[in-house]
Design a protein around this ligand. Structure first.
Ligand SMILES: Cc1ncc(COP(=O)(O)O)c(C=O)c1O
Length: 493
């Protein structure tokens, strides 16, 4: 403790910030195992292929034999390699994840709910971020995956250069430096927005809230996906809005059911997540997006697009935003850097098209503006902090973590378990046997030190009782396999 204090004092204030946020690097054997795991995940090493002996591996990587052996043992624990008697180590055949079915799209009539029976499940939400639990509940990135050290350095340097950043309000629409960076990035989203199109917000949560306030009044009905992100349900309940929950599947909203719901009564807005939704991880195909926009235009309904996971495809180009296809300026794009960069800085944005003035008025009335320093930190990181490079690494990591979690689910859950297979983001949606009560399961898992999110959290009226969401945001740890086995055992009871 004394040594740590001494070195912190020596390194000065900015380093103090850094020391508080920078985790210890994982041990060498774990990094070696991770490297081999990546090679298996990206197909450089194939199932059934022989890998170097422990001795060869230690020479290749210039590490001791015990370190190489430890790395191999970890890979065995992770069920990625196996030792064959008198023959050496081989890459294991891919586990049964490939054979697991995906949950069928939800099938229920779109019905209006007042959310009077929806409970915010605040204690559950606190658990989702409780570090004492095995972290498979909250949709949050593992801390080691975020560039906290670089952000802290930018923050410290900004404070030295512009101490006035703390003195001044930054009234809505917020930091021009940040809005310029958002404008630049919007080309990648297929939108080509200008800095003046954006309002900086406190996370995507506030963006969604402002968007809803701008287009809907208490008592109005909002169309949402079923299942939907529980944070959205919370906002809608607090705004005293009603919802019509429309079934969704791996391709997003069911369009027939959407048309039905829109035809039945006035809908003030729809909220959709076309790019890797929460909890389904759905990616809406281009033709569905066009059809959705034309439905919205026909019924004169503004579309609120939640794009918090859009930057996180596992492979290939970033999917475009619905907003880029919008010819009516009636799509309100909401996003944030919470899943990619810095959930704690709470930086989000909204580009509201024809509703810009209404959003601006709401933001000004409720919070005046967003915190100045976090906006500047994110702007500077986006400008020259290597965001693209960071994203490339993060996408690869999330892909690996999702694959690992799916494989383990396939190993430990019964064969009729269904699990989503998202092409981006870091969430998995599981459908268990019919009788399973995931709220009870979640409570038992919690008692066993495990955090998961039960299905009914994602529904305004208690649906998805036998479903649960697993977050793969945290790097795989071997205790997660044990935790999944525990959940499977509890569910089987
Ligand atoms: C789909 C979706 N929208 C919005 C949010 C909220 O984002 P933020 O933390 O930026 O407020 C989340 C966070 O989990 C989310 O999953």
């Amino acid at each position: 403790m004394q040594r740590r204090q001494l070195s912190m004092a020596r390194a000065g204030r900015s380093a103090k910030l850094v020391a508080m946020v920078s985790p210890k690097p994982p041990p060498l054997y774990r990094r070696l195992a991770d490297r081999v795991e990546s090679m298996i995940a990206d197909g450089s090493l194939r199932a059934g292929e022989r890998i170097p002996s422990v001795r060869q591996f230690s020479r290749q990587h210039d590490v001791s034999v015990p370190t190489a052996l430890q790395a191999y043992m970890l890979l065995e624990t992770r069920r990625l390699i196996e030792a064959r008697p008198k023959s050496g180590f081989y890459v294991r055949p891919r586990p049964a994840a490939a054979t697991l079915d995906e949950p069928a799209p939800a099938r229920h009539a779109p019905s209006v709910s007042t959310l009077s029976r929806y409970t915010p499940m605040v204690s559950l939400m606190r658990d989702l971020a409780n570090p004492a639990l095995v972290p498979m509940g909250g949709a949050v990135p593992g801390h080691d995956l975020l560039p906290a050290r670089r952000l802290a350095r930018i923050g410290a340097s900004l404070l030295r250069r512009q101490p006035a950043a703390c003195n001044a309000y930054d009234p809505a629409p917020g930091s021009l430096a940040l809005r310029r960076e958002l404008s630049r990035r919007s080309l990648d989203w297929g939108c080509g927005l200008s800095a003046d199109d954006f309002v900086v917000t406190t996370g995507a949560s506030e963006a969604l809230q402002l968007a809803l306030r701008a287009v809907a009044s208490p008592g109005d009905t909002v169309l949402i996906e079923s299942p939907a992100f529980y944070g959205l349900l919370n906002i809608i309940a607090q705004l005293r809005l009603k919802v019509v929950a429309v079934p969704a599947g791996p391709a997003g909203l069911d369009l027939d059911a959407t048309a039905l719901a829109l035809g039945r009564g006035r809908v003030a807005a729809m909220v959709v997540t076309p790019n890797f939704s929460n909890p389904l991880g759905a990616l809406m195909p281009a033709e569905n997006r066009r059809a959705l926009l034309s439905l919205a235009a026909r019924h004169g309904v503004p579309v609120i697009e939640d794009d918090v996971y859009g930057d996180l495809p596992h492979e290939g180009d970033r999917p475009r935003c619905l907003k880029g296809m919008d010819t009516n300026a009636d799509v309100i794009l909401c996003g944030s850097f919470s899943k990619t960069l810095c959930p704690g800085l709470r930086i989000g944005y909204v580009a509201a098209g024809r509703h810009h003035a209404a959003v601006l008025a709401q933001k000004t009335a409720f919070t005046v503006g967003s915190p100045t320093l976090p906006s500047l930190v994110v702007a500077e990181f986006l400008r020259d902090g290597g965001y693209e490079r960071h994203l490339r690494k993060l996408r690869h990591t999330y892909r690996r973590q999702v694959a690992r979690m799916r494989d383990t689910v396939a190993d430990v859950f019964p064969a009729d378990t269904k699990v989503s297979n998202p092409a981006g983001g870091f969430l998995l949606w599981l459908e268990l046997a019919r009788g399973v009560d995931s709220l009870a399961l979640c409570a038992e898992a919690r008692a066993a030190g495990i955090s998961i999110a039960p299905g009914p959290m994602f529904s305004p009226d208690g649906r998805f009782k036998n479903c649960l969401r697993l977050s793969c945001g945290f790097p795989w740890e071997d205790r997660m396999a044990g935790a999944l086995a525990t959940i499977a055992r509890l569910a089987a009871r």
